[in-house]
Design a protein around this ligand. Structure first.
Ligand SMILES: Nc1nc2c(c(=O)[nH]1)N[C@H]1C(S)=C(S)[C@@H](COP(=O)(O)OP(=O)(O)OC[C@H]3O[C@@H](n4cnc5c(=O)[nH]c(N)nc54)[C@H](O)[C@@H]3O)O[C@H]1N2
Ligand SMILES: Nc1nc2c(c(=O)[nH]1)N[C@H]1C(S)=C(S)[C@@H](COP(=O)(O)OP(=O)(O)OC[C@H]3O[C@@H](n4cnc5c(=O)[nH]c(N)nc54)[C@H](O)[C@@H]3O)O[C@H]1N2
Ligand code: SF4
Ligand SMILES: [Mo]
Length: 892
């Protein structure tokens, strides 16, 4: 008989768990002897039509049990579910009985599925009876939500993705879409849409733009006021739309009236001619989309900035039409789903607030006897209340606030004081998990089943294709378990996420009559009766999905009717405000922060895929050459940033992409992965008064070089990594450390203020893990390089006085899985500095690209043909283009 196929390949269509583009992913799971999982873009999914960016392409490499939380842990010890949940329920019940419902809180995440979100919100707001449900979307989308509600009467994104292709002009404001929403950026590029980028720094996105305005940080309000005035002066207004569909235009224009091009250019720090080029382009492009994100939202006046943008669209009637609209792009995969459910402290449920009539309506629908009577605390205030001891039990799900909240170290301290901190996560070791009394193992992507909604209001299914590892449970199950133990079993008796989804859909249509005042935008009542089978087969669909729109709706507001009381959109007069955090003598520089191409947030998942670390493996601080010179900092040197709140250490990257006086650092590193690396630890919790969103993008800091005598690279297997890591703070001369996961273990990179005495250091570390010191050491006096290794390879140490002189890290990592060579000194012979990867998918380094360009290859496409770079997901193309340009400049 011929060889029998030993495996069965099963293909599952699901949705990417990272950004708000919401790409369809087809995951193939081959079972059998060589179990294998692979992913590709789902060609049928309307968001991406088969494409995936580098993070999506690497999804399969982030799976597996390594580092996962597999069993509940109470005060560090493993417990069974029953006793863990029993403990939690008793503590919650007692706290509520003794101190009232507002003494407890849930802190959720835009990475939960809609079904998870729905039951958490229902439990707290309907049954425990408090509004204390907030979410990391507060740090992300809340200003966009507040602005849409103020002007459109509902949190309803008007646009769809086709608008980005149909537009004549897309204005990207405070967005680095080439890295953060890569598939949308690729769609715009493929459609050859004209792009203007408004961002204080040069980014991969601005590299590809037709015009880049590097404005003064925080000056967007002035810019869009200036644009409104210009549109009026140039007769580019849609008078008819203004008259028939809006209110408060005149006073808004009057407020903007003082913003002449000259004054605007001055405030924004750009040339009048550049400003006018943008204004003219906007005025002349009938089809314009403004595409905005965190450069706008993460501001102490973010809501006003959103409205300043929306004002310009209302003034030109560019909303509800093909290729037009103010398009706030959501960050997380289900930030939108959380907004639909009402998972923010100032919302009740399903686009309802805390009006008496709404509380009554939701109470009847839920059959809830203990409805919250008003809003709860928003994230910053919520953690303040934890700090003051007013909140005595908090449950944090699917977010890492000890890293991502402003003044992050203070969040950790507040949690340490809190009598009960419960954390549900799929990963065992996060900065927030370290603060938990009770750690609950959650399932994650690939194991979960439910829905998410992307930036264009499109609901897609996440489908499960893997069994949960260990004893991990679905978030909705854990929440319902608590509800049952608190005595609400009847209203939380779900057996399948489809049951939750149906209830959520029914609530959206409950007493929600189209065409009546008070009609709610979010309405998916047409899905309220779908069977489990139909739910499983649900195709991506854009809300509203109701009787009037059974197949969903691409675009909102085509009829010029809005969800306000008058049915008209509201202009909002905007008085532009400067950032609350201002530079001073003590803190003379502005720190901006944001995302890297290949990492997702606190790296708990993308940090597991080795190849995603090749693009940037440690925290870097981008510095303008003049600032670097003023502070006597060399490229690649370790530096420290300090604010009034905290400090951050990382490697200097000197670049003209930054303006003088402005720095940029990535958000991704945490104390679990590197020392002093949380950028949010520096941020002041200055918030927007309307949305409560913190000002992350403008933080006043000072900068100094750190003196390092030697660098050390240490490789150790997974089993001992945690012990190694806990010993690091005991190394007295330690200036900085970070780690990189590799096959079989971890590579640690240490910077020391003194020459490393490798022998005692190795002894200290080995004794710490209970390993006898059997080791060898080689010293090469000429260049101070050392090699220390032990028989059992618990440790392999290299040191050098310049980090660039350490051996090629890739070659070293291999010794965790391969036997050491007979003569380990050979390891030192092939020393080449580590290569910086530009294309993570095809593993093409900057050196290779620069060499090919020097030899005459002169386009992104030709480089792709020759080296393969950019030919898989395409996320690196802007970077390749910028290397080409830089090389051309240096030749010229
Ligand atoms: N690779 C990757 N992609 C992601 C994520 C990720 O972690 N990694 N996270 C997702 C999430 S949750 C979100 S919210 C989105 C965020 O997506 P983006 O908002 O695109 O990302 P950021 O890098 O935070 O910031 C965007 C830009 O705002 C600019 N900026 C700073 N200050 C100002 C200002 O005053 N005015 C203007 N106009 N611009 C300013 C910054 O220089 C930066 O280039 O990304 C999503 N996509
Ligand atoms: N300085 C500065 N700070 C920022 C920002 C910035 O630009 N600058 N951006 C802000 C923004 S926009 C955002 S969105 C936040 C993001 O910040 P966070 O939400 O804190 O970051 P994540 O790493 O995404 O945290 C998600 C956690 O959920 C876990 N997880 C994944 N899947 C599941 C699941 O299915 N169930 C459960 N229970 N857990 C799961 C992950 O392992 C991880 O620990 O950061 C904010 N902080
Ligand atoms: S653009 Fe990338 S990260 Fe975002 S959903 Fe698509 S594949 Fe995932
Ligand atoms: Mo976000």
């Amino acid at each position: 008989m011929a060889l029998i196929e030993r495996f069965r390949a099963q293909k599952t269509c699901t949705t990417c768990p990272y950004c708000g583009v919401g790409c369809g992913v087809a995951a193939t799971h081959k079972r059998g002897v060589n179990e294998e999982i692979s992913v590709e873009g789902d060609a049928q999914h309307p968001a991406n039509l088969g494409r995936l960016c580098v993070k999506g392409s690497a999804l399969a490499e982030t799976l597996g049990e390594r580092g996962r939380l597999l069993r509940p842990r109470l005060h560090g010890r493993e417990h069974d579910w029953d006793s863990a949940m029993d403990y939690m329920a008793r503590k919650f019940a007692r706290t509520i009985a003794e101190h009232g419902p507002d003494s407890v809180a849930f802190y959720l995440s835009g990475q939960l599925l809609t079904e998870d979100y729905y039951v958490a919100n229902k439990l707290m707001k309907g049954f425990i009876g408090s509004g204390n449900v907030d979410t990391n979307s507060r740090l992300c989308m809340s200003s966009a939500v507040a602005a849409y509600k103020r002007s459109l009467g509902a949190d309803a994104v008007p646009c769809c993705y086709e608008d980005l292709e149909e537009a004549d002009l897309v204005v990207l404001v405070g967005s680095n879409a080439a890295w953060t929403h890569p598939i949308l950026f690729q769609r715009m590029q493929a459609a050859q849409t004209k792009l203007v980028v408004i961002d204080p720094r040069a980014s991969a996105t601005s590299e590809m733009a037709d015009l880049h305005l590097p404005i003064t940080p925080g000056s967007d309000g002035a810019l869009f006021n200036g644009l409104l005035r210009f549109l009026s002066e140039e007769n580019a207004l849609d008078r008819e739309f203004i008259a028939n569909h809006t209110e408060h235009f005149e006073e808004t224009l009057q407020t903007a009236g003082e913003w002449t091009p000259e004054k605007t250019a001055e405030r924004c720090g750009v040339a009048v001619a550049d400003l006018q080029a943008f204004f003219t382009l906007f005025a002349r492009s009938e089809r314009t989309v403004s595409f905005y994100s965190q450069g706008i939202n993460q501001s102490s006046s973010g809501t006003d900035k959103n409205n300043a943008i929306i004002n310009c669209h209302l003034a030109t009637g560019r909303i509800g039409k093909p290729g037009s609209g103010p398009f706030s792009i959501t960050g997380q995969p289900n930030a939108m789903g959380g907004r639909e459910v009402g998972g923010l402290a100032n919302m009740l449920a399903a686009h309802m607030n805390f009006e008496a009539e709404e509380i009554d309506r939701v109470g009847r629908f839920w059959r809830a006897g203990n409805m919250a009577q008003g809003p709860g605390l928003k994230a910053v205030d919520l953690f303040r209340a934890v700090e003051r001891g007013e909140i005595k039990a908090i449950w944090i799900m699917a977010t890492n606030p000890a890293v991502s909240m402003p003044d992050a170290a203070r969040i950790g301290r507040a949690l340490e004081k809190c009598p009960l901190v419960v954390v549900s996560d799929c990963v065992a070791d996060t900065d927030t998990a370290r603060c938990a009394d009770l750690l609950l193992p959650a399932t994650t992507w690939g194991e979960k089943n439910g829905t998410v909604t992307n930036s264009e209001r499109r609901i897609s299914r996440q489908r499960r294709f893997l069994a949960p590892p260990g004893e991990a449970r679905h978030d909705w199950q854990i929440i319902c378990d608590l509800a049952q133990r608190l005595g609400y079993g009847e209203q939380f008796d779900y057996r399948h996420p489809a049951e939750i989804f149906r209830e959520h859909a029914a609530l959206s249509g409950f007493e929600n009559q189209p065409g009546t005042p008070g009609q709610r935008a979010f309405d998916i009542s047409a899905l309220a009766d779908i069977s489990e089978r139909e739910y499983d087969q649900l195709q991506p669909v854009q809300w509203p999905v109701n009787n009037a729109n059974p197949g969903g709706s691409r675009r909102l507001f085509a009829d010029g009717r809005f969800f306000t009381d008058s049915g008209r959109a509201q202009f909002l007069p905007v008085e532009p405000l400067a950032p609350q955090q201002q530079r001073s003598g003590d803190y003379p520089l502005w720190l901006n922060s944001g995302r890297m191409r290949d990492q997702w947030h606190t790296m708990t998942r993308t940090g597991r895929a080795r190849k995603l670390l090749d693009h940037s493996e440690m925290p870097q601080v981008q510095i303008h050459p003049t600032d670097a010179r003023d502070c006597a900092i060399d490229d690649g040197q370790l530096v420290e940033l300090a604010s009034a709140r905290g400090r951050l250490r990382g490697r200097a990257q000197i670049t003209a992409a930054q303006k003088q006086g402005e720095l940029f650092a990535p958000i991704h590193w945490s104390e679990s992965l590197a020392g002093d690396s949380r950028v949010s630890a520096l941020a002041e919790p200055a918030i927007d008064p309307h949305s409560g969103q913190p000002e992350f993008k403008q933080v006043a800091v000072r900068l100094r070089p750190l003196s390092v005598h030697s660098y050390l690279c240490l490789i150790c297997p997974s089993e001992t990594a945690t012990r190694f890591q806990s010993l690091l703070p005991e190394i007295e001369s330690l200036v900085h450390w970070y780690r990189v996961p590799c096959d079989g273990g971890y590579r640690y990179e240490l910077a020391l203020s003194e020459p490393p005495d490798c022998r005692p250091l190795a002894q200290q570390l080995l004794e710490g893990i209970g390993e006898p010191l059997r080791w060898q050491q080689l010293q090469l006096p000429a260049d101070q390089r050392w090699l220390v290794y032990t028989d059992a390879l618990q440790l392999l140490l290299f040191s050098a006085t310049d980090w660039r002189q350490l051996p090629d890290r890739h070659a070293l990592e291999q010794w965790l899985t391969d036997p050491l060579p007979d003569n380990p000194a050979l390891l030192l012979q092939k020393i080449t500095p580590a290569a910086q990867m530009v294309c993570s998918c095809m593993q093409v380094s900057r050196d290779q690209i620069e060499t090919a360009i020097a030899e005459g290859t002169d386009s992104v496409e030709a480089l792709g043909e020759q080296l393969g770079c950019g030919t898989n997901c395409g996320s690196c193309k802007p970077e390749i283009a910028s290397i080409l340009r830089a090389q051309a400049r240096s030749v010229a």
